[in-house]
Write a protein that binds this ligand. Structure first.
Ligand code: SAM
Length: 434
């Protein structure tokens, strides 16, 4: 049941280990190390090696073997669900595994679906699954998996591996695949939930035409097909990745308008050193001349004591792709901090509340970019839903995980968040009562 086909070809094992480029890497995670076929070729190469194994007896042997190796951590865990969050603090994470066939797909989904700290993945799986992963959407052999994975990753099929190199021998060929992150700017932004649903439904009955499968959209299917450049009779396997994305955007009502970051024309209140309003200026002017202005940051908490962090979109003019408070933004001209907190919560997290809890205020200084900042917080049991032009992805973190990550890699975060987080800690880590 644990898919234990052990690799017995030393040269191949060494070659696979090399493909994750382990030398000097901050962290490599191996799923299912088993009898160390790959692991022995990873030893002493990355700064840290994390071995995630489910079989208790194998874990005991691995622990004994690596007893005196501080750079190796053996985790007895299920690789389909182990906690990835502590490993953001290590930076660019490599992932490797000769994966058990039975749950290989689930392990990949867990490790590769954003958000993830993994930046390079090399794994062995059934040849058919690897071919599906690598097949170009719109070309022969593609499936839902091709589109769902390639929207985030560049997939390279590295080589096919025959059953003879395993004990016991599996019944089918295997293959080795490498994944590296796709440049987020290579696709227009789109709502991930809409995209996933369309792809899954579209490939659910792959012989049927999409017009008979997909949910109703903002206009007729003929209009959708024209907007995306499809025949009205198109089936799922005929769509390129860009067409799937265009279709998701059409369902969202975006049309063909290009993505925009913030506009420099928004107007903010300009304030004096006591935070009293003394005028108004455009966003561009405020930032170019360092005028004092106002902003709110929000921490959203769940019932497990975890706080939501957003990763900023690549379209942001300031701190693109950095991790940031749950939601944050400038006050509009004439707005109060409390009003801005409620508005940002709705706009950036899809959460509707009447009030938020004010936690503290940080005076304007060069460190805050000349902003007076109020930190607010709320507790929610709902799901967060973000606009993709503002937010790339998001994740719930335990406070201790963030402390560790901020300490090790402050450059992963927007400066304003670090200031707020440290102030929240100094204030005694107050949790929201709302
Ligand atoms: N890496 C070794 C090799 O190349 O010879 C073993 C590969 S074997 C195909 C799969 C390994 O994954 C086994 O050690 C098995 O115990 C382990 N395994 C199976 N299911 C797992 C799971 N859900 N989480 C972690 N490890 C698992």
């Amino acid at each position: 049941s644990l898919g234990q086909n052990f690799l017995v070809d030393e040269d191949l094992a060494r070659w696979i280990a090399d493909q994750v480029e382990p030398d000097g890497a901050p962290l490599v995670i191996e799923a299912g190390p088993g009898l160390r076929a790959l692991t022995q070729h990873l030893e002493d190469r990355p700064k840290h090696l994390l071995l995630v194994e489910k079989d208790r007896e194998l874990v005991a042997t691995l622990r004994e073997h690596y007893l005196d190796e501080p750079g190796v951590t053996v985790l007895e865990a299920d690789a389909t669900r182990f906690d990835l969050r502590p490993w953001y603090a290590y930076g660019e994470v490599g992932f490797i595994g000769n994966l058990p066939y039975s749950v290989g797909g689930e392990i990949l989904r867990h490790v590769l679906t954003p958000p993830t700290p993994v930046r390079r993945a090399v794994f062995m799986l059934q040849k058919e699954v690897c071919q599906r992963l690598a097949a170009v959407p719109g070309a022969a052999g593609c499936g839902a998996l091709s589109a769902l994975v390639q929207v985030d990753w560049e997939v390279e099929m590295l080589r096919v591996v025959p059953p003879e190199v395993f004990r016991p021998r599996p019944k089918v060929d295997s293959a080795v695949v490498r994944l590296t992150p796709r440049d987020p700017a290579s696709l227009p932004v789109f709502d991930r939930r809409v995209f996933d649903r369309l792809v899954r439904v579209g490939f659910g009955q792959r012989r049927k035409q999409l017009k008979n499968l997909l949910p109703p959209g903002p206009d007729t299917w003929e209009a959708a097909a024209a907007a995306v450049g499809l025949l009205v009779t198109a089936r799922a396997e005929e769509l390129s990745l860009l067409q799937w994305v265009a279709l998701a955007r059409w369902y969202e009502g975006r049309g063909a308008t290009p993505d925009e970051g913030q506009s420099g024309e928004e107007r903010f209140d300009v304030v004096d050193e006591w935070d009293a309003v003394i005028g108004q200026e455009t966003r561009a002017q405020v930032h170019a001349t360092g005028l004092r202005h106002r902003a709110v940051h929000l921490l959203i908490w769940n019932g497990r004591g975890e706080v939501f962090l957003q990763q900023r979109s690549h379209l942001k003019d300031v701190a693109p792709l950095k991790w940031d408070s749950s939601a944050a933004g400038h006050l509009d001209a004439g707005e109060t901090y409390a009003q801005a907190a409620v508005r940002e919560l709705r706009e950036e997290a899809g959460i509707a509340v009447e009030t938020t809890e004010r936690v503290l205020k940080i005076p304007a200084s060069a460190a805050t970019g000349h902003e007076f900042v109020e930190l607010h917080q709320v507790k929610t049991s709902g799901r967060i839903h973000w606009p993709p032009e503002e937010v790339r992805t998001g994740e719930w973190f335990l406070p201790e995980q963030l402390d560790d990550w901020i300490e090790r890699r402050p450059s992963d975060f927007a400066g304003g968040f670090i200031t707020c987080w440290k102030a929240w800690r100094q204030a005694g880590s107050p949790m929201p009562s709302l």
